[in-house]
Design a binder for this molecule. Structure first.
Ligand code: NAG
Ligand code: NAG
Ligand code: NAG
Ligand code: NAG
Ligand code: NAG
Length: 397
């Protein structure tokens, strides 16, 4: 073993011994029972929920609102299946969850946001908080009410002091990262004019790309999501006046029009997008992508070639956020999905880097305007600081 590798190993062992036991704290759930009379309910009709870790010291008037992710449901069958899980019912949610990474309340894990009020909004509507269908089918008893949940949770948090916010960041991972783009300007409009309000999307920039067979798989899927949930009226009107509602689920078609400062944190080879947009199961009936989707190191050269093509398309779509200096960008060349809530990717000695900054530093500098940050990494496999996902289980979305 080389000396430097040995040092890294020793460093990692000491780090694990002294920090892992305390790198997350547990936060209780709050059910928003008053939302039920507004019909703002999870798929199964149960009340929506969040977890709140109160701010302290100079952070009492600062609010981080982090939206949980977890894909979508696109039709009655998939929404019925979801209804009996934590992603469709608050009855199934854990009553306490761990807060780590951007949600950590310790300075050594989360230097810029640790003192803030930190909220993790639970996801139980299957539409990235956009759905609103009044009628409830008497047979399925499914409620498509994501947009009402958004309103009800915001009202509840405003009443708990968010109406006095001085700094606020709407954030989220995956389907929650998409939520933080869709609702970014609305979030801004709810808070005092004098407040500094920004939005961060972690792994929420889903692109409209064809799959490996040339089919428009994700476009059809998003169209089904938006149709099933009656989302059209809750998607950005800057888009729905020009394009069909299904297209307006893709942030590339309206992000430029978002007025509020927005940071896009995303891997160019986002592992969810590779698995479900580029090479979904339906496009790979013989399972030739199976091993590659589990571990990027197992990809053949032709598969890597297609992934490089996906990266190019991703970067083209990303131009849709416009070039305002208020935009932040951290686009790394890792095979990963969601990097702000895991301590190892958010803020640790060996976290992914771009331009010698790790993600927590880049986001903190941009939020507090210490410096701008707009960086896109060179193509895979140029950067050794990645934490590439490897998957063991079967390929669920
Ligand atoms: C969280 O819930 C547990 C179990 O219900 C309770 O014992 C504990 O006091 C709660 N913690 C806070 C901070 O409210
Ligand atoms: C619902 O969507 C899933 C996933 O896309 C698909 O496999 C299934 O065939 C669809 N079911 C119906 C009834 O359309
Ligand atoms: C980007 O910046 C250039 C000038 O550098 C400007 O001409 C162009 O209109 C801008 N594009 C967008 C989409 O804002
Ligand atoms: C790749 O990672 C290193 C740290 O290992 C970082 O300093 C560098 O900036 C990254 N590459 C690019 C193109 O930014
Ligand atoms: C992830 O991939 C990069 C290549 O982009 C490689 O250098 C790095 O060692 C990998 N990370 C891990 C933890 O295996």
């Amino acid at each position: 073993m080389e000396a430097s590798a040995f040092c890294t190993l020793i460093h990692a062992i000491f780090y694990a011994l002294f920090t892992l036991r305390v790198d997350a704290s547990f936060v209780n759930i709050t059910y928003v029972k008053s939302a039920v009379v507004e019909g703002a309910v999870c798929l199964d009709g149960s009340p929506p929920a969040y977890h709140l870790s109160p701010g302290f010291g100079s952070g009492v008037n600062n609010w981080l609102v982090q939206i949980e992710g977890g894909g979508w449901c696109n039709n009655i069958s998939t929404c019925l299946a979801r209804k009996y899980s934590r992603l469709g019912s608050s009855k199934q949610m854990a009553k306490q969850i761990a807060f780590s990474g951007i949600l950590s309340n310790r300075q050594s894990f989360n230097p810029d946001f640790y003192k803030w009020n930190k909220v993790k909004v639970r996801y139980c509507d299957g539409s990235s908080f956009t759905g609103d269908v009044d009628r409830v089918n008497p047979v399925t008893k499914l409620h498509y009410r994501g947009a009402r949940i958004w309103v009800a949770i915001m009202e509840d948090l405003l009443a708990k002091g968010m109406d006095r916010a001085e700094n606020a960041l709407l954030s989220g991972c995956s389907a929650g990262g998409l939520t933080s783009i869709i609702h970014c300007d609305n979030f801004r409009s709810l808070l005092p004019v004098s407040a500094r309000v920004k939005c961060l999307s972690d792994a929420g920039f889903f692109i409209n790309a064809k799959d490996i067979t040339g089919a428009e798989h994700i476009k059809a899927y998003f169209n089904d999501v938006v149709t099933t949930h009656g989302s059209a009226k809750n998607l950005p009107s800057s888009c729905t006046t020009r394009l069909s509602p299904g297209m307006c689920f893709f942030p590339q078609y309206y992000a430029e029009k978002i007025q509020t400062p927005l940071f896009i944190l995303n891997a160019a080879y986002d592992s969810w997008q590779i698995r479900n947009i580029l090479a979904p199961g339906a496009a790979d009936p013989h399972g030739t992508w199976h091993d590659c989707k589990l571990d990027i190191k197992q990809c053949s050269s032709s598969q890597l070639h297609m992934m490089q093509g996906f990266r190019i398309e991703f970067l083209h779509a990303l131009a849709g956020i416009g070039n305002s200096s208020s935009r932040g960008l951290f686009i790394n060349s890792c095979y990963s999905h969601c990097q702000s809530e895991m301590q190892e990717t958010w803020f640790r000695y060996d976290s992914p880097m771009l331009g010698n900054k790790i993600i927590a530093e880049a986001v903190g500098d941009w939020f507090y305007m210490r410096s701008s940050f707009q960086k896109i990494d060179c193509p895979y496999p140029c950067n050794t600081s990645c934490k590439n996902n490897t998957f063991e289980a079967n390929l669920g979305a």
